[in-house]
Structure formats: structure tokens, C-alpha cells
Write a protein that binds this ligand. Structure first.
Ligand SMILES: NC(=O)C1=CN([C@@H]2O[C@H](COP(=O)(O)OP(=O)(O)OC[C@H]3O[C@@H](n4cnc5c(N)ncnc54)[C@H](OP(=O)(O)O)[C@@H]3O)[C@@H](O)[C@H]2O)C=CC1
Ligand SMILES: O=C(CO)COP(=O)(O)O
Length: 336
């Protein structure tokens, strides 16, 4: 294929799941060039031939004039100005194993991941900074309440782009804004990342309660208490003035706790109904980030000792085989 001769941004999207597919669709609306890396050669060939992702959001039409697909990641990165990471946190190190710091030099790296690096228990942006020597000001995060399925349906949505360099975030926010999506920029990169991780854990709790037949009244109290729990945790780990009522924080908690599309809520619901973790994972065919994140949050909180009864209940259910019914029963007395 001929090299591009243009000055429009060249954006590499890493990941073949639903969020990567939705992001590619959004970018196709704008004057950018897209390199899309998927790990399976069969999927790459399918998209080249038919213009659809065969496995996720397969109704989405991919504009093949704008999108070049790759299964070798270093090749997909060669001429990129921006790189979006959209693989679940548990697999991002594996996905990036052939990438060297030089491959990312001078590029803006954007994390679309709402999880932590397992075992290391660190944020994706901290990992990008340390593993690839990318300066913090060149890293952004995509946050906000936005399910890939609604992007596929072109339902009006909003995103928040965070970076310590707010101009960098604003520049990228323009590339992510289109007729059905508005993106805006903020500075609070740590706050949005931690909140995005925590809201997945809370959505698991909501799903578990729903699966146990608790109703909307209980869930409203659970979610209100969760917001306080998130605030305590984020204030302990990264104290600064922030408006947790903004959509990047509260909005993302609400959509994940209530939406039929939430993987975390769906996973929790199965656990509440009596599925084992293994059988729920097999049934879902998509990743519930909160399952991995709660283990990291639990480890991080050993240092901070924040009072987090809802997260603790989720941890005990998923990792200590505690009974969902008795954990939620215990929680009842602690909610207000
Ligand atoms: N879905 C959504 O609405 C949103 C998701 N996010 C976040 O985006 C991130 C990606 O999630 P999402 O797209 O939903 O995930 P999905 O569950 O839709 O897809 C998972 C993807 O991960 C891939 N994968 C699994 N193992 C590896 C590996 N070792 N190397 C590379 N890729 C691998 C799968 O590939 P294969 O199919 O080949 O197994 C698949 O493409 C998560 O952090 C999520 O929290 C954020 C906002 C919205
Ligand atoms: O982050 C999301 C919506 O903003 C997606 O949440 P789920 O992974 O639970 O579907």
C-alpha cells in the first residue's frame, strides 16, 4: 500500500473488542487516518474483505478507505501520531509485548482502558509512562459514560478526555467529537482513571444484588453509598479539588450500574443468581474489568486502609468464595 501523503493525524487503535470497534467508528467520522490492530489474522482479513468486525459490534460498517487493518503491532504503529489502547487491562501487556519504547516515541498515547495492570496494581497511564518512557504530558485517558453498543447505534453520547496537558487533551477531544458524540477535556487524569476502575466494581455489586432479587430502592441506596466510597478512596490516593458529580465520574458510575449493556453488571447478576466465576466468564464472552480490578484495589487499599465495605463484599464473593446472599445481607446494616 502507498504511504499516506497528508498532514491529518494518523491514529492507531490497539484492540479488537467492542470498545475498539466503537472508537474506530467514531474516528471514521473525522478527518483522520486510522490504523487498526487486531490480534487475529483471520479477523484482520475478514474486516479487509467485508468491512465488519466478525466478533464484536458486527453491524458497524467500517470505512475501508480510512481504516487500514494490521495483525503485526509494530507495523501498525510505524507512522502513527496517536495511539489508542483499547484492550482489557489484563491483556494489555501481552498485546504490547513486541512494542519497544522507540515505537512510541513522540506519539500521543491514549488509554481507553478502565482497569489496572494486574499484579503490579498500577494505572495504565503509569505503566505506559514507566514501561515505554512516554512523558506524562503525552498521555491521555478516555473517560465518561459511554457504552460501545450505543455508539454503534449512534445514540447521543459524551466523553471526557483527561491529560495533565489539557491542550493535548482538547486537541484529541476534537478528533473524538462527531455528530453523535461530544468530547471535552479536563486535567484530572488520575481521578478519572481511578473512578473508572471503581465504578466497574460497584456495577458488579449492583448486578449481584439484582441477581439476588433486590430491587431499585436498594440499588439507589447502594449506588449513593458507592459514590461516597469512591470519593473516600480517590481522596486518599490522589487528593485534589475535583467535581465528582461530573459525568466522567458520577455519570460513568450511573451508566455502568444501571445499563443493560454493562458487562460488569451482567457478570455480577450471574454471580448473584448462583453462577460460579468460571461459568459466568464462559457465558459472557466479553470481559468484566471489575473482576480483575477488585483484586488490585483490595491490594492497593492495604496501604490506605480506606473504609470500603461494598468493594470488600465484592472481593470476598469473587475471590474468597463468600456467599453473595450473606455478603449483601451484611452490607445492608452498613448502608444509609
Ligand atoms: N465496551 C464498552 O462499552 C467500553 C469498554 N471500555 C473499556 O475498554 C477496554 C476493552 O474492553 P472491550 O472492548 O469492551 O472488551 P471486549 O470484551 O469487547 O473484548 C475483549 C478484547 O480483548 C481481546 N483480547 C483478549 N486477550 C487478548 C490478548 N492477550 N491480547 C490482545 N487482545 C486480547 C479480545 O480478542 P479476541 O476476541 O481475539 O479474544 C477482544 O478483542 C476495557 O478496559 C473496558 O473497560 C471502556 C468504555 C466502554
Ligand atoms: O465503561 C463502560 C461504560 O462507560 C462500560 O462498562 P462495562 O464494561 O461494564 O460494560
Amino acid at each position: 500500500m502507498k504511504p499516506d501523503t497528508h498532514s491529518s493525524p494518523i491514529i492507531t487503535v490497539i484492540g479488537g473488542g467492542s470498545w475498539a470497534t466503537a472508537i474506530v467508528k467514531i474516528l471514521c467520522e473525522n478527518d483522520v487516518h486510522i490504523r487498526w490492530w487486531l490480534r487475529n489474522i483471520e479477523d484482520v482479513e475478514y474486516i479487509r474483505k467485508f468491512g465488519h468486525n466478525p466478533n464484536y459490534l458486527s453491524d458497524v460498517q467500517i470505512n475501508r478507505r480510512k481504516v487500514r487493518t494490521f495483525y503485526q503491532l509494530p507495523k501498525a504503529l510505524e507512522d502513527a501520531t496517536h495511539v489508542i489502547l483499547a484492550v482489557p487491562a489484563a491483556f494489555i501487556q501481552d498485546a504490547m509485548k513486541d512494542v519497544r519504547p522507540e515505537d512510541l516515541q513522540g506519539k500521543v498515547i491514549i488509554s481507553a482502558i478502565k482497569g489496572l495492570i494486574p499484579n503490579e496494581n498500577i494505572l495504565i497511564t503509569d505503566w505506559v509512562e514507566s514501561a515505554f518512557s512516554v512523558p506524562k504530558g503525552q498521555i491521555c485517558v478516555i473517560a465518561g459514560p459511554c457504552h460501545a453498543e450505543e455508539v454503534a447505534l449512534e445514540k447521543q453520547s459524551y466523553l471526557t478526555i483527561a491529560s495533565t496537558d489539557v491542550l493535548q487533551a482538547a486537541h484529541f477531544a476534537k478528533m473524538m467529537s462527531c455528530r453523535f458524540l461530544q468530547a471535552h477535556a479536563i486535567k484530572d487524569i488520575y481521578g478519572v482513571e481511578y473512578c473508572a476502575v471503581m465504578k466497574n466494581v460497584i456495577a458488579l455489586a449492583c448486578g449481584i444484588a439484582h441477581g439476588l432479587n433486590y430491587g431499585d430502592n436498594f440499588q439507589a441506596v447502594l449506588v449513593s453509598n458507592s459514590m461516597q466510597e469512591i470519593q473516600r478512596f480517590v481522596d486518599a490516593i490522589n487528593p485534589m479539588q475535583r467535581d465528582l458529580m461530573a459525568s466522567a465520574y458520577l455519570g460513568d458510575l450511573l451508566v455502568t450500574a444501571y445499563s443493560q449493556f454493562s458487562r460488569n453488571r451482567t457478570f455480577g447478576n450471574m454471580i448473584g443468581r448462583g453462577y460460579s466465576v468460571k461459568s459466568a466468564q464462559v457465558e459472557m464472552n466479553m470481559i468484566a474489568e471489575g473482576y480483575y480490578a477488585i483484586k488490585s484495589i483490595f491490594a492497593i487499599n492495604k496501604q490506605y486502609q480506606v473504609n470500603m465495605p461494598i468493594s470488600k463484599a465484592v472481593y470476598r464473593i469473587l475471590y474468597e468464595k463468600a456467599s453473595p446472599a450473606s455478603e449483601i445481607q451484611k452490607l445492608k446494616a452498613q448502608l444509609r
